[in-house]
Write a protein that binds this ligand. Structure first.
Ligand SMILES: [Ca+2]
Ligand SMILES: [Ca+2]
Ligand SMILES: [Zn+2]
Length: 383
């Protein structure tokens, strides 16, 4: 089957452009004359089909492939646990199958660049930086502290990434860095869930790093910063990125005040899509309580949000709109800080409202969206 994939145009997994992030090649142990078998190729020549590095690929050499001394390996994984899985020739891995599908389904319009729930041991190809003070830890749920994907519903499952801010010194930090991504558009929205349980001075900074073909850093830009808070629950975040060429994103956890922290920074359920981020996100906790206690026509008012152009707007949500069991959502413009500079009436603007439930089981999570365009001629008299 290994040879079959060669025939279909697949290269060895350890030939990937980014292989040095994941494995070490010990060239001094390679059988003379076989060094070329360990070449890596430029990303202008091979594609990763937007999949992370796969230690379990049937196209990956084993630790002792082409070695000259049976005692010493030629390839080891940076994560020693992963060295054990290298070189399985039994069956296609799930990523081998995904790549086969992508290769022969060229029409798919892929807007999802990356997604990670941290349930697989390879953490979706995310890597720890070595040029910092500490590491993030892939951590399993406990009854006291569960992950976001499964919320403690399955035993021996449910992982998240955790950065401890209760040890070390103030200002120390750890970077969790994505694999290299190849965007098709010039805008991306990074969505993830996070939780801060340490000091209010802790920080989570999201970075975008552009690199040239040889791994040299072209630019590093902070795309967003989240401060510690007193709300110790999982929350959603959206960070707009504007990468116009291949890039990596990174999460930097920063210790604010270890003496006053008994926790840290949690992240889980990352998705990176080539779409605009929403202009505002309004989280309503315990919505079923509102449905029980709000009468027909009573509403909850959102905070004020701003559109990319600067218009203030809000949403009124009616737990029981015109009769019990029907939820209503009303969009309205509000006064705002930019009103003098904006065009009025604000016609021909598109509005999309998405309702997303937060069912802890991702398989049951549902969303509903509707869009409409404002009409500049339909004005409320006197409004
Ligand atoms: Ca998870
Ligand atoms: Ca580190
Ligand atoms: Zn081969």
């Amino acid at each position: 089957m290994h040879e079959l994939l060669h025939a279909l145009g697949f290269y060895h997994e350890q030939s990937r452009t980014d292989r040095d992030d994941y494995v070490d090649i010990w060239f001094d142990q390679v059988l003379p004359g076989f060094e070329h078998s360990f070449d890596k190729y430029d990303d202008s020549f091979i594609t990763d089909q937007n999949t992370p590095y796969d230690y379990e690929s049937i196209m990956h050499y084993g630790p002792y492939s082409f070695n000259k001394d049976p005692r010493y390996p030629t390839i080891t994984a940076k994560d020693p646990e992963m060295t054990k899985v290298l070189g399985q020739y039994n069956d296609f891995s799930s990523l081998d199958l995904l790549r086969l599908n992508r290769m022969y389904n060229c029409s798919s319009s892929l807007t999802l660049l990356d997604q990670c729930a941290f349930e697989a041991i390879n953490s979706c190809g995310m890597i720890q930086s070595l040029n910092d003070d500490a590491d993030w830890a892939r951590t399993k749920s406990t009854p006291e502290s569960h992950d976001h994907t499964l919320i403690g519903q399955c035993r021996d499952a449910g992982f998240f990434m955790y950065f401890d801010t209760g040890s070390g010194r103030s200002g120390e930090s750890a970077f969790l860095v994505s694999r290299t991504l190849y965007p098709k558009r010039k805008l991306q929205c990074l969505q993830f869930f996070y939780k801060m349980t340490g000091s209010p001075k802790d920080k989570l900074v999201i970075w975008v790093r552009r690199e040239d073909g040889k791994g040299n850093v072209l630019s590093t830009v902070a795309a967003g910063t989240i401060m510690g808070d007193d709300d110790r629950s999982w929350k959603i975040a959206h960070v707009p990125l504007k990468a116009d060429g291949k890039f990596r994103y990174a999460f930097q956890g920063i210790r604010g005040d270890p003496a006053y922290s008994a926790g840290g920074v949690f992240i889980d359920d990352i998705s990176l899509a080539e779409t605009h981020c929403p202009s505002g996100t309004w989280r309503i906790k315990n919505f079923s309580q509102y449905i029980k206690t709000y009468g027909v026509g009573e509403y909850i008012q959102s905070p004020r949000f701003y559109s990319p152009e600067g218009y203030g707007f809000g949403i009124q949500l009616l737990p029981n709109s015109y009769s019990v069991g029907y939820i209503g959502a009303f969009f309205h413009l509000t006064s705002g800080e930019n009103d003098d500079l904006l065009q009025w009436p604000a016609g021909n603007r598109q509005v999309t409202i998405t309702v997303l439930d937060q069912d802890p089981d991702i398989r049951l999570r549902q969303s509903f969206s509707f869009s409409f365009t404002t009409d500049g001629k339909q004005l409320i008299p006197g409004g």
